[in-house]
Every structure is written in C-alpha cells, then in structure tokens.
Design a binder for this molecule. Structure first.
Ligand code: ADP
Ligand code: MG
Length: 724
C-alpha cells in the first residue's frame, strides 16, 4: 500500500503541524512528543460518547462520570497559602453542581457550554466535582462528531488543543503506509495502520476504536520483539561458539550417581541445554525455576558437558555463602560419582601439579575443581585449607583446574582462564548485565556458552521482553515428595506461637530460620536488630542452640556459622537477609520472618524458599502488623499461594508495569499502549511474527520499512543493531 511511512513521519518535527507554535513545541518535547509520529501515537485516554452523558440529577456518587451543561456562575476566591479556589456552578436542566478547582489557570466563563468529567460527591449539602476535566463545547468543529477523544494532556497542553493538533497532523499525514503485509493482517485479524491511526483518535462510534487500539498495541509489541529478534540474530552472527561433546562420560557418570531421580523437567531442560551446547552457535539461555526446583544439578550437567569437551566450566554466585555451598555440593557429588581426583601432597606442588604423582585410585576421568572468592580458596585435590591463592589463580590460567566456583572474583581483570567454555551465572537478578557480559568476555577468541539462572520467577511474557534475546528454559516441576510450605500471618504480639513451633520442630530433630526485621535497608541497623533478636530468641528458647548470621560478620565467621548450621550444631539461625538466596538446608522446616510486611514480595518468596526443600512439612510464619495497603496485599498473596509465577504476577499488579525486578527494563518503558500482562496473547503473536520475519530475512533487507521503523521509534537503544 502506498502512503507515508511512520519512520518518515518520525523525522518531521511537531512544529510543522498547523497550530503548534514554538511554545507548544517545547512543552510537547518535554512530554516526549517531538515528531509527527509521536503525536499520532499519543492515544486518547478516553472517549466521550455524547449519548453517554449523565443527567446531573441521576449521577451515581463517587463514580467517574461525564456531564454536560451551562456555566451559570463563576467565583474566584483567594485561600490559605496564597492559592486560588475557583467555583463554577453548572446546570443541565435536571439539577446543578459545583465544579471546584484549585488551579488559578483554569479558564471558565459564565455562559459557556461545557462537558465535565470526574467524580461527583456530596459536599456541604451540594453536589460537587473536584478538579474535573473540563472541555468547552460549541464552535469547535471537531466536537460535532458523536464521539469526542480526550487525549492525556502533555506538557501542559490540554485536551482541546491536543485534539486539534492531532487532527491537523492526521489530515496531512494520511494515507499512512503499512509495514505489515496484508496476508499477515488477515491472519492475525488486524486492521490496517491507516485505519488504526485515524480511528484511535476520531472513531465514528466508540466501538471503532477497539480494533484500532488492538492494531497499535500489536505494533508496539512487534517493534520491540523485532528489535530483540535482531539483537539475537546479531549475537548469533557475531559470535563464534564452541561445539561441545554431549556424549562424553562425565555427565553420564555424574547423573548416574545422583542420590535421586531427575524430575522430567530437569531431564527436558538438560536436553535443551545439550542441544545448544552441541551446536556451533554460542548458547545464551535463561533457566527459570521455582526456588527448590533443582537448578543446581542442571547447572552441574552443563558445566560437566563443557569439561568433558576439554574446556573449563565456571559458575558465578552472588554471595560467598552460596559459592561455598555450590563448591561443597559439587565436591560431594563428584566423590560419590567417583570423579574426585586423588588428594595430593601440597609440599610436592610448586606452581605445577605433579605429573609424576601416583595415579588416582580410580582410573576413569576426574575433575579438578576450585572455589575462588574474595576471601577463600580451595581446590579438591589438596587437603582443605592448604591451597594458596596465587597457585590457584595460576592453575586456572594454565588450564589445570577444569571447574571453578566463585563469586564476583571470577570477573576480576587479573584472573584469566585458559579456555573457558561453559559459564553459569546463578541467581542472575543479583547481578547486572555488565557482570554477565564480563564473564563471557573471559574467553578471547570465541564465545563460551552461557547459562543464566534465576529463581525470581517472572511472568512468561515479561521474560520474553526482559530477556527476549535469550532462549528460556523453565523448570516447572518440583522434585517429588515436596509438601508446599504452610504459610500463616500472625501479629507480632503473638510471638509465643513462633517460639512454640520452633521448640516443637527442634524437638523433632529439625531446624529453623528467623529473619530479623528489615531496617531501612541499612546494614548497620539491620545487624543491631538481628543481634537483639538473637538475644531474645536465645533467652526464650532455653536448651535450643541459637546462632547468628549477618552481613558484617567476617567471611570466615560466616563460614563457621553456616557449617555449624549445616552440620546440625545450631538449631535456630537468626539472620538478616544475607540468607535470602540459594541457601539449601533441607532439614530446616521453620521460617519465621519478623515484620514481614516490610519485605518485598519476591524477597518474601525467596526467604520462604529456604524451607520445604526436603520431604518434611514446613511452616513459614509471617509475623506482622501491616500498616499499609501494599503490605497487607503482599502478605495476603503469600498466604494464598506458594506459586512463584503467580506471586510475580501479583507483584506486578501491586506495583505496576515498569517496576519489574532486574536491570533490563529498556523497552518496557517504551510501551505506551501495551500492557504486558493484559496483552499477553498479542505479545506472544507479535513475538512469533517478529522472530519469523528475522529468521527469513536476518538483516531485514526485504523489509526496509520495518527496519527503519524500529530504528526511528525505539531510538538510540537499538542503533547499534544497524551498524555493520
Ligand atoms: P534451586 O533451584 O533453588 O537452586 P537446588 O538446586 O538448590 O534448588 O535444589 C534444592 C534441593 O532439591 C537440593 O537439596 C537438591 O539436592 C534437591 N534436588 C534437586 N533435584 C532433585 C530431584 N530430582 N529429586 C529430589 N531432590 C532433588
Ligand atoms: Mg539455587
């Protein structure tokens, strides 16, 4: 179809539109509207269907309504704080109401015919509308239609001026070119773009705006997904991947030795990962899985696939405690699987592993592994505590060590790998994109496969946009025998219930966590509060061994506490949120969270995920006297479900779009009309179509208008995609 493309309209500044002068141009720019395209894509917030006007005598109180009438009188009064109050009495023949504004700039005159929108309340015996939207009717020809659009004011430009400008812009811009082929419009039941843009603003009947809106929402999502598809294509083009050996011995032996059966979700995800790893392109895969769904063993299988192919594997965890837990867990599993190297004598090693040492007791393959954090180093082929940091760094650099578990230490400049082939980032929401990329850059001539793990579940549609350039695998099944954690909300005054539950569970051989109140996100105060709680619980629970864990303990001290808890020498661990992610103590069956209403929903979910990881029934007590609506809603959501995906959706609903966890929000803030939760089905279609388009035309050479549009409308964020 002929017509003007949006990408062209995006190059025409708004001051070219009749009626928009320099002052309005500046104001509009501040509101993000600088081109004709921006103006045309600024949708009305609502429509006034004249047949829908309420009689003043019949308005329901407290609801959003629209009334029309004559301004019978206007009075202005100065009030406290040098402000002005403007009252206008409006009558429509059935009754009168007072419209009241505190805005001195409001223009209203006796004798005008106006339409008002807002809520009507009864105040001092009179009907009143506080700060209603007002529109003067009459000579304006745009108002003679039956349906009048009300655009959100932008930069102080009111609905009437906005409407007129858009009308002028629209008449000069039509017909507007469509980037989508007709075949696609038919298939997806979408109206064409020219119709959509005209009818979103000036529909014949209110119903005509619906298909227009659907089309424009689709366009927003399609542009975003097209950008993501292009980014992914570019990653594929620009990367040189490693073809890993997916049929080797290590993974088979390791899996065979596990003390449990893999869930079918774990089996499926391991296959998805192996398919990626075995192919020539570099893997960029997100592994989503509920807390406790068993991501670690999946990561181990991926790392071992890398190792059996002759490469190094590395896993980066956000905390020392978690890195250590992974190291110890892997070490024990390797031992069980007969993959542990023989212990060597530290004295015979001088910066080199002794090639002439006795062969290991088992003659099969073994894995040399290291733990490297800012404060500790260990390797699994020397006695505990004897490895020296400089040696370990050297062995990572020369390839002696095949599997490295660590924290941010892994991305330090001074650390180099010999041939990193498989990198895992655990609990990715704790890291920035930059850190993820830094780990990938540890390999120089090629791109290692990357597996990014997160237990912060986000709705599938969010994953598609936030991580749209990644493949997504989901562990949607829990290991068998898990009993959902029972969650109760209890007033702080009833701490006795918590003490009783802890005593009972400890007597049955189990363990408990107590999380101290969040104090203004200040580490120091949090430590004080944890220490106080520690004293209190120690006093209340005589005979029970209570431990304390917080962020200001020295790493070695944290280690000792974690070891003692893991070994059962501590029954109750009072802690700050340092225990929030990843900690795996299957014997713990009680989680008590103090002042639980202060924590965010994903944090509460993570904390609760520390229990219920074994076969025993577990309880989470949310001790709280919530003082805000949001706090109350969060706790109710926690009590209602243990499903992380549902909680994530609930979290979005409570906090609103654009506040999603994680740092990758680019793109979402560009959505003006689309709502990722509400429009999920359209998003899924848009994604499928966008990826199909890029698959058949990787550089969009046959779809130049679509490419131009992504670039023109998404701006600088996507510029690099188009550089050669
Ligand atoms: P997360 O996904 O939260 O990282 P983990 O990998 O820490 O979960 O696993 C949680 C617990 O479940 C661990 O104790 C682990 O040993 C156990 N586990 C993992 N997979 C299975 C399985 N298939 N069957 C039984 N237990 C399992
Ligand atoms: Mg984990």
């Amino acid at each position: 179809m002929a017509g003007r493309p949006l990408s062209h309209l995006a190059t025409i500044p708004v001051d070219q539109v009749k009626g928009i002068g320099p002052r309005s141009t500046k104001k509009l720019a501040e509101a993000g509207i600088s081109s004709v395209a921006d103006l045309l894509l600024h949708p009305p917030r609502r429509y006034l269907d004249r047949s829908q006007l309420f009689d003043i005598a019949a308005v329901p109180l407290g609801e959003e309504v629209t009334v029309g009438g004559l301004v019978m009188s206007v009075s202005r009064r100065r009030i406290r704080g040098n402000r002005q109050m403007i009252d206008a009495v409006i009558g429509d023949g059935t009754n009168v109401l007072v419209a009241r504004w505190f805005n001195p700039w409001i223009k209203v005159q006796e004798g005008w015919e106006v339409v008002l929108s807002g809520k009507v309340e009864r105040f001092q015996g009179k009907l009143q509308m506080k700060s209603p939207d007002m529109e003067r009717m009459g000579s304006d020809s745009l108002l003679t239609g039956r349906v009048v659009p009300f655009h959100p004011s932008a930069g102080g430009i009111g609905p009437a001026a906005m409407r007129r400008s858009i009308w002028n812009a629209l008449t000069r811009s039509r017909p507007i070119h469509d980037v989508l082929p007709e075949e696609m419009l038919d298939r997806l039941d979408l109206v064409d773009r020219d119709y959509a843009i005209a009818n979103i603003h000036f529909p014949e009947t209110a119903r005509d705006a619906e298909p227009a809106k659907k089309r424009l929402i689709f366009d927003e999502l399609f542009r975003l997904e097209l950008a993501l598809a292009l980014r992914k294509q570019k990653l594929i083009d620009d990367t040189v991947g490693v073809m890993h050996d997916t049929s080797g011995e290590l993974v088979k032996r390791f899996l065979a030795a596990l003390p449990y059966e893999l869930t079918s979700a774990q089996v499926r995800v391991i296959q998805e990962i192996e398919a990626d790893m075995g192919s020539a392109h570099a893997m960029h895969r997100l592994l989503q899985g509920e807390v406790g769904s068993g991501k670690t063993v999946v990561a181990a299988a991926a790392l071992l696939t890398g190792v059996q192919s002759g490469y190094q594997g590395a896993v980066m965890a956000p905390t020392e405690v978690l890195a250590e837990q992974h190291y110890l867990g892997f070490r024990d599993l390797f031992e069980t699987a007969g993959l542990a190297p023989a212990l060597q004598d530290p004295d015979t090693i001088e910066g080199q592993v002794n090639m002439f040492a006795e062969p290991a007791a088992n003659s099969g393959p073994t894995i040399k592994m290291a733990l490297l954090t800012a404060n500790s180093v260990e390797v699994n082929f020397l006695p505990v505590g004897t490895a020296k940091r400089a040696d370990v760094v050297g062995w990572i650099g020369d390839g002696t060590i095949e599997l490295i578990v660590g924290t941010h230490s892994l991305i330090q400049e001074s650390l180099s790998f010999d041939r990193l082939g498989m990198a895992v980032v655990d609990e990715q929401h704790r890291f920035g994109v930059y850190q993820r990329v830094s780990l990938r850059d540890k390999a120089e001539d090629y791109d290692p496969d990357m597996l990014i793990m997160t237990a912060t579940p986000i709705p599938r549609t969010y994953a598609m946009t936030l991580y749209g350039d990644l493949e997504v695998s989901t562990l949607d099944e829990m290991p068998p025998g898990r009993i959902p954690v029972m969650t109760k909300q209890i007033p702080m005054a009833q701490m006795k219930q918590a003490y009783a539950l802890i005593r009972e569970e400890v007597a049955a051989g189990h363990q408990a966590f107590v999380v101290a109140p969040l104090v203004d996100e200040s580490d120091k105060l949090e430590v004080t509060s944890a220490t106080e709680e520690f004293d209190r619980f120690t006093g209340e629970l005589s005979g029970v061994k209570v431990g304390l864990m917080h962020g200001q303990l020295r790493p070695a001290e944290k280690d000792v506490v974690m070891h003692r808890f893991r070994d059962g020498e501590i029954d109750v661990l009072v802690a700050t949120t340092v225990i929030e992610v990843g900690i795996d103590i299957p014997n713990a069956t009680v989680m008590v969270i103090l002042d639980a209403d202060r924590f965010g929903l994903s944090q509460l979910h993570q904390l609760r995920g520390r229990v219920g990881r074994g076969r025993d029934a577990a309880t989470c007590l949310l001790m709280a006297d919530p003082t805000t609506d949001e706090g109350t809603e969060r706790l109710a959501a926690m009590v209602a479900t243990t499903d992380g995906f549902r909680l994530a959706e609930e979290d979005l609903r409570i906090r609103g779009q654009g506040t999603v966890f994680g740092t990758r929000q680019a793109g979402i803030k560009d959505l003006k009309m689309a709502d990722i939760l509400r429009d999920a089905p359209l998003l899924i279609e848009a994604r499928r179509e966008a990826f199909a388009m890029v698959a058949s035309d990787p550089r969009l050479e046959n779809h130049p208008e679509a490419a131009a549009e992504v670039r023109a409308l998404l701006g600088a964020d996507v510029d690099w995609l188009f550089r050669s």
